[in-house]
Design a protein around this ligand. Structure first.
Ligand SMILES: Cc1cc2nc3c(=O)[nH]c(=O)nc-3n(C[C@H](O)[C@H](O)[C@H](O)COP(=O)(O)OP(=O)(O)OC[C@H]3O[C@@H](n4cnc5c(N)ncnc54)[C@H](O)[C@@H]3O)c2cc1C
Length: 468
C-alpha cells in the first residue's frame, strides 16, 4: 500500500518550473513535496560528463540577454556563465556552395538578402502585435491561426533560399517543421522571446552564454535547497480532487495536499488520470499540444580544429541531416566539441535508424562542413528527446492551427485545486529555461493568492471554514 504523506502543496515535476515553484512556496513558509518521475532533477536540462571530466549539456543550455530570471537565478545560486565561442567566421552551405562570413549577413545573392530582410521585417512587425498573455486577442488572430507558418513563408518570401532560411529558423527555434504549427504560434513565440534576431542570435541573442559546469546545475542547486522534499523516482499516475484536498498518487506514495502544481510538458500532463476528469476544454487543449523533435549530438575532438581555420564552429545549411552546428567546447577550449542538431523532420527520420548509422550520418554532415578532420571524433554523446519517457519531445510543445484561438484560454487556468506550470505556459521566453522559471513563479503566486483568499473567507465566515 502507498505511504500517505500530508503537505500544503504538492508539485509534480522537478524541472526548472516545478523546482522554482517549490522554492518560492517553501520561502513563504509552505510545506511542499515535489514528486519527480526520474531518478534525477532538471527535466529537459541534463549534463553529460565525459571520461576526462568535461561537461556538456544534452538538453537546454544557453541563456541570453533579457532572460532576467535565469540570469538572476544563476547569480543567486553562485554559478557563472561564459560566452559561446563566437570568434571568426560562420559557415553557410546551400547545396554544394559553402560560404564563410562574419556577423549576421551571409554572402549570398543580394536579391535573397533583400527578400529575407523584407519578409523578416514584416514577420517581426506582426509578432509585436500578438499579446503574449492572450495571443487569441491579436488583431488578425483567426486569420493567423488558420494558416501554418509554412503557408506564410510561401506567400511572403519570394526566393527559394529566403524560404529555406525561414525553414531553418523553424527547425532551430521550434525543432519542428513550419507546416506543423500555426502562424499565430510562430508569431507568439517569436514575440515572447523578443524577435527573430534575438531568438536566432549568438552574441546579443538566445545562444549568447553558457553556464560553467552545465545548465543542469541550476536545477541541482534548487533541489539541494529543497532537500528531502524532492521525491525522485516517483512518477505521478493519478490526481484526485475531493473536497478541500487533492490526492496525488505516485507508485509508492500518496501525497495529500491543499493544492497541486503540475509542472510537466503538456503531452505528459494529458497522460495522468484525473478524477474528476479534466474539463473537456482543458483536455482538448492538451490533445493539441505535440512536442517538437530533436536529437542533440555533441561530437568530441582532441582540439577545436575549426578554430585554427578561423571558424566559429557555427554553421547553417539547407541539407540534412545536420543543419545547425555550434562550438560547444568547455571554457578552456579543450577538448574541442562540435554540437550538431538533428531537428524536426531530420530527427524524426534518424530516430528510426540504429545509433551507429545515426552517428555516421552526423559525422558525414560535419565532414561536409568542416572537412576531413571532422571524421576524427574521439567521443560522442547524443540524446533523442522524443524517446525519453518523461519528456517525449523537445524543445517544447507547439500549437498547430486553431489551438491558440480555440483553446488558448485554458492554458494557465487552474482546474479546481490543480495549477499548471512549465516552459510552454510562459508569456516571456516561452519554451525556454527562463520561461519555465517564470511559469513556476506564476503558479506559486496563484497558490499563495488562493491561500490569502481562503484566509479572508475564513475571517469573514467567523471561523466556519476548515482550511483552504
Ligand atoms: C535539446 C534541448 C535543447 C534546449 N535548448 C535550450 C536552450 O539552449 N536554452 C533554453 O533556455 N532552453 C532550451 N531548451 C528548453 C528548456 O530546456 C526547457 O524549456 C526547460 O528546461 C523546461 O523546464 P520545465 O520545468 O518546464 O519542464 P521539464 O524540464 O520537462 O520538467 C518536467 C519534469 O517533470 C517530470 N515528469 C514528467 N512527467 C511526470 C509525472 N507524471 N510524474 C512526475 N514527474 C514527471 C520530468 O521527469 C521532468 O523532470 C532545450 C531543450 C532541449 C531538450
Amino acid at each position: 500500500m502507498a505511504e500517505r504523506i500530508e503537505t500544503d502543496v504538492v508539485v509534480v515535476g522537478a524541472g526548472l518550473a516545478g523546482l522554482t515553484a517549490a522554492c518560492r512556496l517553501t520561502g513563504e513558509g509552505r510545506d511542499v513535496v515535489v514528486m519527480e518521475a526520474r531518478d534525477r532533477v532538471g527535466g529537459r536540462t541534463l549534463n553529460h560528463t565525459f571520461a576526462d571530466g568535461t561537461v556538456v549539456e544534452v538538453g537546454g543550455q544557453w541563456i541570453g540577454p533579457t532572460q532576467r530570471r535565469m540570469e538572476r537565478l544563476v547569480g543567486e545560486l553562485g554559478l557563472e556563465t561564459f560566452p559561446t565561442y563566437n570568434t571568426g567566421e560562420h559557415l553557410l552551405q546551400f547545396g554544394s556552395n559553402r560560404a564563410r562570413y562574419r556577423g549576421t549577413i551571409p554572402p549570398i545573392n543580394p536579391l535573397v538578402i533583400a527578400d529575407m530582410a523584407q519578409a523578416q521585417a514584416r514577420f517581426d512587425r506582426m509578432a509585436t502585435r500578438v499579446p503574449v498573455e492572450a495571443p487569441w486577442t491579436a488583431p488578425h488572430a483567426e486569420a493567423w491561426d488558420t494558416q501554418t507558418f509554412e503557408t506564410w513563408i510561401r506567400r511572403n518570401a519570394v526566393t527559394p533560399k529566403a524560404r529555406e532560411l525561414f525553414r531553418l529558423y523553424s527547425a532551430a527555434v521550434f525543432a519542428a517543421e513550419p507546416g506543423d504549427f500555426s502562424l499565430l504560434h510562430a508569431l507568439f513565440y517569436t514575440h515572447s522571446g523578443g524577435g527573430v534576431d534575438m531568438l536566432a542570435g549568438t552574441h546579443g541573442g538566445a545562444q549568447q552564454d553558457r553556464i560553467v559546469g552545465g545548465s543542469q546545475l541550476v536545477a541541482m542547486r534548487l533541489a539541494e535547497q529543497l532537500g528531502d522534499r524532492v521525491h525522485r523516482s516517483t512518477p505521478v499516475r493519478r490526481i484526485e480532487q475531493r473536497g478541500d484536498r487533492v490526492f496525488v498518487l505516485g507508485e509508492a506514495e500518496l501525497v495529500v495536499a491543499r493544492r497541486a502544481i503540475v509542472a510537466i510538458p503538456p503531452t505528459l500532463a494529458a497522460r495522468i488520470v484525473y478524477d474528476p476528469p479534466l474539463p473537456g476544454f482543458r483536455d482538448q487543449l492538451l490533445q493539441r499540444l505535440p512536442a517538437g523533435s530533436v536529437i542533440k549530438c555533441n561530437v568530441v575532438y582532441d582540439t577545436p580544429f575549426w578554430r585554427e581555420d578561423g571558424l566559429t564552429g557555427q554553421a547553417t545549411r539547407d541539407r540534412g541531416p545536420v543543419k545547425i552546428t555550434f562550438d560547444n567546447s568547455p571554457p578552456s577550449g579543450t577538448p574541442g566539441i562540435l554540437l550538431a542538431f538533428l531537428e524536426g523532420e531530420e530527427a524524426r527520420k534518424l530516430s528510426r535508424v540504429p545509433g551507429d548509422q545515426r552517428r555516421a550520418a552526423v559525422l558525414s554532415s560535419l565532414v561536409d562542413l568542416f572537412g576531413a578532420r571532422a571524421r576524427t571524433a574521439v567521443d560522442y554523446v547524443e540524446l533523442d528527446w522524443s524517446a525519453e519517457e518523461w519528456t517525449r519531445g523537445c524543445y517544447g510543445a507547439h500549437f498547430p492551427t486553431g489551438a491558440w484561438t480555440q483553446y488558448g484560454r485554458a492554458l494557465r487556468e487552474p482546474v479546481g485545486r490543480i495549477h499548471w506550470a512549465g516552459a510552454e505556459l510562459a508569456t516571456v521566453w516561452a519554451g525556454y529555461m527562463d520561461g519555465a522559471v517564470q511559469s513556476g513563479e506564476r503558479a506559486a503566486a496563484e497558490v499563495l493568492d488562493s491561500d490569502r483568499e481562503a484566509a479572508a473567507t475564513r475571517g469573514a465566515g467567523a471561523g466556519t471554514a476548515t482550511g483552504s
